[in-house]
Design a protein around this ligand. Structure first.
Ligand code: ADP
Length: 363
């Protein structure tokens, strides 16, 4: 029998993983139990220092340091540093991005930290001098749900916006030519990626598009629900939520049919760009994340990678989520596959699972 602790009651994915374990030869222990083989931890409260001090070398469901790619400012820094270390230009699949730290501002009621070394505002101003294009999106580094974002064609407005806030932001080139679905609607593509304890990379076979339910309006940058695909915004602020797709979600089979019918393109070609981006993203943090053989614990982690596709069928990375939810419909099979791919190899079950995992190795 193997023993596990479940310390994140709010994660629907790990609740489903627990249910799979409970049906097999796993015993769920008290959350404070010192002896366990597996910890399904809470991302923000993992006891890294005490893991593995009791004899068993446990497996934990997060990589320490993964925030290097899971926070927008850190992702920007990580990708820029990784390429400049090699003397190469920035990765071509992440929109031009600048980390801007808020300065003390008379209008601000908050007291933002001034961290000069993390402030790219001068580089940003320099980069846009003499340039005509330029719509920018401003995102809080640890923001989510599409809240607190600004889309603007003025870099000075973008910087003022950051100064009125209390945290680091990323000012990012707005992708102005997104590929649009029927009804001229924007979408992003979510894929789930599993990094196992040997730093092998697996991608889930099924992914989902998160769609807007309003036509894209490049001439109106305030029309949030036409620009941002986040479910939270669509559900709360679009009158058409659910009109085109149930829950504004389109799955890969329908997307593949759309690409073929409307553009004569193959989903396969989009996914092969996605695979290369995922691999290079992990390459950029491999040395920071990978654990030595002598470490007192092992890690695996599920990530949600979000992408956009433009009209030339180029894939762009938007962000990496370190504790993603699963689309409801995919959850049971994904939980089963997480167990099979990330947990079973270290703690083999007495009987082989009847179905094969839906995570495919991509490295
Ligand atoms: P969040 O953490 O709020 O989900 P994202 O970076 O994923 O933040 O952005 C949310 C949505 O905003 C994306 O799914 C996309 O629709 C839109 N968006 C974000 N960045 C850009 C960009 N650079 N160009 C065009 N649209 C963007």
């Amino acid at each position: 029998m193997y023993r596990y602790v479940q310390r994140d009651p709010d994660s629907s994915v790990y609740a489903a993983v627990s249910a799979v374990l409970d049906e097999n030869e796993w015993i769920r222990c008290r959350r404070e139990s010192p002896r366990f083989h597996l910890m399904l931890g809470d991302l923000n409260r993992l006891p890294w220092h005490t893991l593995g001090q009791t004899g068993v070398k446990p497996l934990v469901n997060y990589y320490r340091g993964a925030r290097l790619i899971c926070r927008k400012a850190q992702l920007t820094r990580t990708l820029n540093n990784y390429r400049s270390r090699m003397g190469r230009p920035p990765v071509p699949w992440y929109p031009e991005s600048y980390v801007v730290s808020p300065r003390q501002n008379a209008k601000s009621t908050k007291r933002p930290p001034i961290i000069a070394s993390t402030d790219d505002r001068d580089r940003l101003r320099e980069a846009v001098t003499g340039r005509r294009d330029s719509v920018w999106i401003v995102k809080s580094s640890c923001g989510a749900k599409g809240l607190g974002m600004l889309i603007t064609d003025s870099v000075e407005k973008a910087i003022d916006f950051v100064d009125s806030q209390g945290q680091l932001h990323v000012v990012q080139k707005y992708i102005e030519n997104p590929l649009l679905l029927d009804g001229d609607r924007k979408f992003d593509i979510r894929v789930w990626v599993l990094l196992d304890h040997e730093f092998r990379v697996f991608m889930y076979k099924e992914g989902v598009l998160r769609t807007t339910s309003e036509p894209y309006r490049p001439d109106d940058l305030q029309a949030t629900t036409s620009h941002l695909t986040n479910h939270y915004l669509q559900e709360n602020f679009s009158q058409n939520y659910g009109l085109y797709e149930e829950g504004n979600e389109m799955f890969f089979d329908e997307f593949a049919a759309f690409l073929h019918r409307k553009h004569g393109k193959r989903l396969h070609d989009v996914l092969s760009q996605i695979r290369s981006i995922v691999l290079e993203t992990f390459k950029s943090v491999r040395e920071d994340l990978i654990l030595a053989e002598t470490a007192s614990y092992r890690s695996f982690q599920l990530f949600g990678f979000d992408f956009m596709l433009d009209t030339s069928f180029k894939v762009w990375l938007m962000e990496v989520n370190g504790s993603p939810a699963s689309a409801e419909r995919l959850l049971p099979a994904m939980a089963q596959s997480i167990v099979q791919t990330a947990i079973d190899p270290l703690f083999p079950p007495a009987e082989e699972a009847s179905q094969s995992t839906l995570f495919e190795p991509i490295d």
